[in-house]
Design a protein around this ligand. Structure first.
Ligand code: GDP
Length: 139
């Protein structure tokens, strides 16, 4: 059964380009409710922990440097079938492969600086949400 919540980040490229508002609008217009939201920043160390699953990938070091290069916006989002529907809304990892109208097609710069994160499963959504938010910050 699909869960109702997912976790997202608006990544440093999209925040620094001033696309936070446009992306939040697309998220809300797609029917997601914002359960928790925080503008913050990762350090090299916290980015390394967040992306630990990619530790062995060749792009891990670059990814951690990029993700700690500027502020991000962390979000917990709610909707029926949240994880799968949000992955559809953001589009493929590489913006060159992303469908028209998706957030990454509209705002991503590259396969790395791809504007937004979206959890890939219900259990990772819960873990990633608790990486940034206490239970008392979730509405
Ligand atoms: P996602 O689930 O679509 O975010 O993709 P992955 O979980 O496979 O990768 C996590 C993040 O690592 C992506 O969103 C990109 O920011 C980055 N990434 C993925 N593949 C590559 C790659 O081949 N090169 C680089 N530089 N970054 C990548």
């Amino acid at each position: 059964m699909s869960g109702n919540r997912t976790f997202s980040m608006i990544k440093p490229d999209a925040v620094s380009e001033g696309n936070t508002g446009a992306i939040l609008r697309m998220i809300e217009e797609a029917g997601f409710k914002i359960v928790a939201m925080k503008k913050t920043a990762l350090t090299g160390e916290t980015a390394g922990k967040f992306y630990e699953v990619h530790k062995e990938r060749p792009f891990y070091k670059d990814l951690c440097a990029y993700m700690s290069s500027g502020p991000i916006v962390a979000l917990i989002l709610e909707k029926d079938n949240a994880v799968a529907d949000f992955r559809k809304l953001i589009g493929a990892t590489n913006p060159a492969d992303a469908e028209e109208g998706t957030i990454r097609k509209l705002f991503a710069k590259s396969i790395e600086a791809n504007a937004v994160h979206g959890s890939d499963a219900d259990d990772t959504a819960a873990q990633e949400g608790s990486f940034f938010f206490a239970k008392t910050e979730q509405f």
